[in-house]
Write a protein that binds this ligand. Structure first.
Ligand SMILES: [Zn+2]
Length: 169
């Protein structure tokens, strides 16, 4: 178990597409999940945000997401399904660019199917925060960053400025 370095915006590896996990790799993947856990806890202590992390963000190009929202939910080989036609606009942050937020458009809801770390098929109905979060994380597995989904050229802001605005409203 270890806190890993998080690849940051500008590192071309963040644009690499990740590969499906095979069942035979599960033991290795459990170690990756432990590392993702340690890394997100460390990040959150320093930056005060971070609900999920994708394996490619620590340089492991496998289709694994680790979500930590009260409980720990490892998500292996996810697929988004039945995404709603309704779209929402959100200011997205990312552990790979902690000082920046980007306004993006995401589906308002949908569904995700995936394997858990015992290789059982699982699914989650997605709405609100969870929908937005898991679209962001699945993008990482395809090498896509929120910066590439910016709605227009005014869709970038420093996180510190946005926090100031939020405090004043
Ligand atoms: Zn991210």
């Amino acid at each position: 178990m270890a806190v890993c370095e998080i690849l940051r915006l500008g590192n071309p590896k963040l644009h690499q597409k990740s590969e499906d996990v095979e069942k035979s790799e599960l033991d290795d993947i459990k170690r990756v999940i432990d590392d993702l856990h340690d890394t997100i806890i460390d990040f959150r202590a320093r930056h005060n945000f971070g609900r999920a992390i994708a394996a490619p963000q620590i340089g492991v190009f496998k289709r694994v997401i680790y979500m930590h929202i009260g409980t720990s939910i490892p998500i292996i080989n996810p697929r988004l399904l039945d995404m709603s036609d309704e779209m929402i606009e959100v200011w997205d942050n990312c552990m790979s660019f902690p000082d920046l937020v980007v306004k993006v458009r995401r589906h308002a809801g949908g569904k995700i199917i995936y394997r858990d770390q015992d290789w059982n098929q699982q699914s989650l109905v997605l709405g609100g925060d969870l929908a937005e979060l898991l679209q962001h994380e699945c993008d990482h597995l395809d090498g896509i960053l929120a910066t590439q989904r910016a709605i227009d050229n005014r869709s970038f802001a420093l996180k510190s400025e946005m926090d100031k605005l939020e405090r004043s409203t």
